[in-house]
Design a binder for this molecule. Structure first.
Ligand SMILES: [Ca+2]
Ligand SMILES: [Ca+2]
Ligand SMILES: [Ca+2]
Ligand SMILES: [Ca+2]
Length: 427
């Protein structure tokens, strides 16, 4: 149960009185527009964003460029040139009024909005949220009492209340993406839990509130609203629809590890193991391998021990269909030719069949050692005494080494006792 409104209500009521006076003035100056019709079939799709705006009353370049743009000026009767920008992520709904036509700094410039929670046209006590910014140094969150009255729930908006975490309102005066003149900008960040919605849901929306238009320039009382031009309080059936978009379905993959390195002798094979996982949100996906390597590479299903095949007949061997979030362990066997020298990089381009633009490039670095022992080796004792006393003074060890690159090489040797735990000598 939300706490009852406080003395802010009284202050707001006083404010409302002057607001109503303003409304009356507007009626006389702009003419009365008729509100008819049971509902408005108009809707706004709030775009999914991965770059949340900073709620500071300023619009930095491209801060709102990924938002849905509603040109309020195009609605017949709206007099204040303005845009409504809307976007959301999994936690918040972000809204901005870019009031490009309000270039007068008035303390009573105001923006507001209202939501029909549950999108049901029904006023539920304690629900049906409204938000107001401006009107001197003011911000407020109002709720319905269930019988046509709106009461202040928190003012200034209080993000420490339940479900209010992150609630923020800010307004300022500056330039924007839409106009270089200095003008009013209002920014709102509303937690989705406060509105009772999740991505993919719809909610009733009105650019306006019980007391104010969506955006109002107090200097000449011009204003704009949505879904159409209106004056005064609106019943919930006059609201439009705001669709809270979910994250778009995408194809994605993970290759882990993406790069590996190993050393092997000529004529042998090196096995690399990695996992390919369907990280997308769209659908089961087949991930194809396009292998580029001088040395032969064969791909196996690690668990089955069988070579990968081309399950979707596109000419490339693949993982087979992987469900969302499911991975497959792959073994890549790199054959080092008997005459091989140096090293090679096998490139494995792993691509989604749902979206060919989605791919990762795996790299397997394989090299043969630049110097290696080539048995057999010899060792024997040397007796320096003359005549020989039968006891060796030195142990000579002869080793065979093959090198890939000409140059000086150093060797280090240790002589252990029979238990192989104690070093007797080294060289
Ligand atoms: Ca901002
Ligand atoms: Ca103004
Ligand atoms: Ca409702
Ligand atoms: Ca294939």
């Amino acid at each position: 149960m939300r706490p009852r409104p406080s003395s802010n209500l009284l202050r707001l009521k006083r404010a409302v009185l002057s607001g109503l006076i303003v409304a009356i003035l507007m009626i006389s100056t702009e003419g009365f527009l008729i509100n008819t019709g049971a509902h408005f079939p108009t809707s706004i799709d709030s775009r999914w964003t991965t770059s949340p705006p900073l709620i500071d009353g300023n619009m930095t370049s491209l801060e709102w460029s990924d938002a849905t743009v509603v040109n309020l000026t195009s609605i017949p009767g709206n007099k204040l040139a303005s845009y409504l920008l809307v976007k959301n992520d999994a936690r918040y709904l972000y809204l901005c009024y870019d009031a490009i036509g309000d270039d007068s700094f008035d303390m009573l410039d105001t923006a507001s909005m209202a939501f029909d929670t549950d999108h049901d046209g029904i006023e539920t006590a304690g629900r049906e949220d409204q938000f107001i910014a401006g009107f001197r140094v003011y911000s407020a969150h109002l709720i319905s009492d269930g019988s046509g009255n709106w009461t202040v729930h928190d003012s200034p908006v209080n993000d420490s209340l339940p479900n209010h975490t992150g609630l923020a309102v800010a307004y300022g005066f500056g330039q924007s993406d839409f106009a270089s003149n200095v003008h009013r900008i209002y920014e709102f960040r509303i937690p989705l839990p406060l509105l009772g919605v999740s991505p993919g849901d719809a909610i009733g929306f009105l650019a306006g509130s019980q007391y104010f238009a969506g955006v109002l320039d107090y200097s000449d009382f011009t204003q704009s609203t949505w879904p159409r031009r209106f004056l005064g309080p609106q019943s919930l059936d006059k609201f439009g629809t705001l669709n809270i978009n979910a994250a778009p379905d995408i194809a994605d993959l993970l290759v882990d590890p993406l790069e590996q390195w190993n050393i092997g002798e000529p004529g042998t094979s090196i096995d690399y193991v990695f996992t390919v996982m369907n990280e997308g949100t769209m659908a089961p996906d087949v991930f194809d391998f396009n292998v580029s390597s001088i040395w032969n590479v064969t791909l196996y299903d690690l668990l089955l021990g069988t070579p990968l095949t081309d399950t979707d007949s596109d000419g490339l061997n693949d993982t087979g269909s992987l469900d969302l979030g499911v991975g497959k362990a792959i073994l890549a066997r790199v054959d080092i030719p008997p005459t091989a020298t140096g090293s090679t990089i096998a490139l494995l381009n792993v691509s989604s069949s749902l979206d060919l633009a989605v791919h990762l490039l795996g790299r397997l670095y394989t090299e043969i050692p630049i110097a290696r022992f080539t048995p057999p080796h010899n060792d024997y004792g040397i007796d320096l005494d003359s005549p020989p006393d039968g006891l060796y003074d030195y142990l000579r060890v002869e080793i065979s080494v093959a090198v890939e690159v000409s140059g000086a090489y150093s060797f280090e040797g240790y002589l252990y006792d029979q238990s192989k735990t104690r070093v007797i000598a080294n060289a």
